[in-house]
Write a protein that binds this ligand. Structure first.
Ligand code: SF4
Length: 355
């Protein structure tokens, strides 16, 4: 069975859900890397690995949803709860501009007290700078639709008119209902997440897709997640990249209940399987900020063609007790050492500069 699946992938054929589960469960580690790497070079024959200079601004940490894995959110009355003013954000973006940062990933908790006009004003004001505004994952778009009493399409049109052109793929975690019900029961469900992405793609707003694994999900759930993404990508071709990161246990409820830990090998298997299943995605990221530079470097030989971002400000993972700081030179060195030419890129995955 396994040889037949390997052969199918080697011939460039699409694998089924059943085959993908079999592959993730029993596939040989190095064989997965070899097959994923072959697909990577078919899509990107040049030996370039990209990354982006990025800042992460979290406009509020107030959130009513309370996902079990989240170390970032606060209740409205907590001492350290905050919501940034637009002017405060403009200053942060100005600062980012001075540092030559390419993009600002802007996300926040689901805070129903924020009025709809805040989001539109934020995009309008911030998108005037040279820093690209990459903002609002599907759960935030859903909240905007609720507070404005508009449809998802209307909200996205408003945001687009204000200057938004790309959306991050957060809030996906695992796109399988049995998992979502356990770890984030108050968050939007799989169908809603995909519906919002579909609407965005139909309006020519490009998005990424993400997955957070290594908690209560099974291998079948991971494959389900990837197949749902592949199906939507067949329809819209609106996903620019896929990014997987592993669950961090520190400072959150879920972490206290989870025994398992994700190893480098687990992570690399996920990168490889993602490259193989997501045959209609151009870019697969190695999230070095999630598993460290050593694993990130090896991931470049397991199907990844992008090293993600070099973050200047990152609250969410830091709150979970994880810091992986770096410099442009460090990342470029890691990429070169792995045998590739490093290059800075834009949010749209266009090369900005070879290093
Ligand atoms: S992950 Fe997002 S939606 Fe869930 S609790 Fe944290 S901030 Fe809120």
């Amino acid at each position: 069975m396994m040889n037949r699946i390997y052969k199918k992938i080697d011939n460039g054929e699409r694998i089924t859900k059943k085959e993908a589960i079999e592959l993730l469960e029993k596939g040989d580690f190095l064989k997965l890397g070899e097959l994923a790497n072959k697909i990577r070079f078919k899509k990107h024959p040049e030996k370039t690995v990209t990354f982006i200079l990025d800042t992460n601004i979290n406009y509020t940490n107030i959130c009513y949803v309370g996902c079990m894995f989240c170390a970032f959110y606060r209740n409205r009355n907590d001492k350290d709860a905050y919501t940034l003013g637009i002017e405060q954000m403009r200053i942060k973006i100005k600062d980012a501009e001075k540092k030559g940062i390419e993009t600002a990933l802007i996300q926040g908790g689901l805070n129903p007290a924020i009025p709809y006009k805040y989001y539109l004003e934020m995009v309008r004001k911030l998108s005037k700078s040279s820093v690209h505004i990459h903002a609002f994952s599907p759960p935030e778009i859903d909240l905007m639709a609720k507070i404005s009493k508009k449809s998802i399409k209307e909200v996205l049109i408003d945001l687009k008119n204000a200057g938004l052109t790309t959306i991050p793929g957060g809030g996906a975690e695992i796109l399988a209902e049995n998992v979502r019900k356990r770890i984030s029961p108050k968050k939007i469900d799989t169908d809603r997440w995909l519906e919002i992405m579909k609407e965005a793609h139909n309006l020519n707003i490009r998005t990424t897709a993400t997955m957070m694994f290594g908690h209560v999900e099974t291998k079948k759930d991971i494959v389900e997640h990837l197949i749902r993404l592949r199906e939507l990508q067949d329809e819209t071709h609106g996903f620019s990249a896929f990014i997987a990161w592993d669950f961090k246990k520190e400072n959150n409820e879920l972490g206290k209940r989870i025994e398992r830990s994700v190893t480098g090998i687990d992570y690399l298997r996920i990168v490889a399987i993602s490259r193989i299943i997501l045959d209609n995605f151009d870019n697969i990221q190695a999230s070095w900020a999630s598993q460290g530079k050593d694993v990130g470097e090896i991931a470049l030989h397991f199907g990844a063609n992008d090293m993600g971002s070099m973050l200047v400000e990152e609250n969410v993972m830091r709150q979970a007790g994880f810091r992986a700081e770096s410099t442009i030179e460090d990342i470029a060195y890691v990429i070169k050492k792995a045998g590739f030419q490093p290059a800075l890129r834009s949010t749209e995955y266009k090369i900005v500069k070879y290093l």
